[in-house]
Design a protein around this ligand. Structure first.
Ligand code: IDP
Ligand code: MG
Length: 149
């Protein structure tokens, strides 16, 4: 089963949208296997966004993600990567479809509320960057047979 790392970013936490955003992933059918409320360190932020380190917005991106607490969530499910990114919507909220998190709740790229892993490989890497093995829970959810065929 695929794994994806979701970060409910500082703007979403500050705006009181944590529950609204988590609700959408739960309703989609993705299974929570890890979740915690943390202040991201600069070191971890720079590691997480390493692929963007040559981009002009790298410094502001790192400063944004460490500016205030976040909720990090590890989710599991069939096609979890693509499903979560569909639920999140396009990187630029102006281009995100209505019905997506960014399309419904955000306006600007630098305040786009949520992170979701972009590939199966990165899902595994990012979950491991934010969670120790002991923080991940493998559990049989009672609704699994009604969501996973
Ligand atoms: P994603 O979050 O939709 O996967 P990425 O391209 O991986 O988008 O970019 C990571 C994050 O960097 C975005 O969510 C956004 O917060 C920020 N970002 C991306 N492109 C820009 C930009 O052109 N200006 C400012 N911030 C950007
Ligand atoms: Mg990305």
């Amino acid at each position: 089963m695929e794994r994806t790392l979701i970060i409910i970013k500082p703007d979403a936490v500050q705006r009181g949208l944590t529950g609204e955003i988590l609700r959408r992933f739960e309703a989609r059918g993705l299974r929570i296997i890890g979740m915690k409320f943390i202040q991201v360190s600069r070191e971890l932020a720079e590691k997480h966004y390493e692929v963007h380190k040559e981009r002009p917005f790298f410094a502001s991106l790192v400063n944004y993600i460490i500016s205030s607490p976040v909720v990090v969530i590890a989710l599991e499910g069939t096609n979890a990567i693509a499903a979560a990114r569909k639920t999140i919507g396009s990187t630029k909220p102006q281009e995100a479809e209505a019905g997506t998190i960014r399309g419904d709740l955000a306006l600007e790229i630098g305040r786009n509320l949520v992170h979701g892993s972009d590939s199966v490989e990165n899902g595994q890497i990012e979950v491991a960057n934010f969670f120790s093995a002991a923080e991940l829970v493998s559990w049989p959810r009672a609704t699994d047979p009604w969501i996973f065929e």
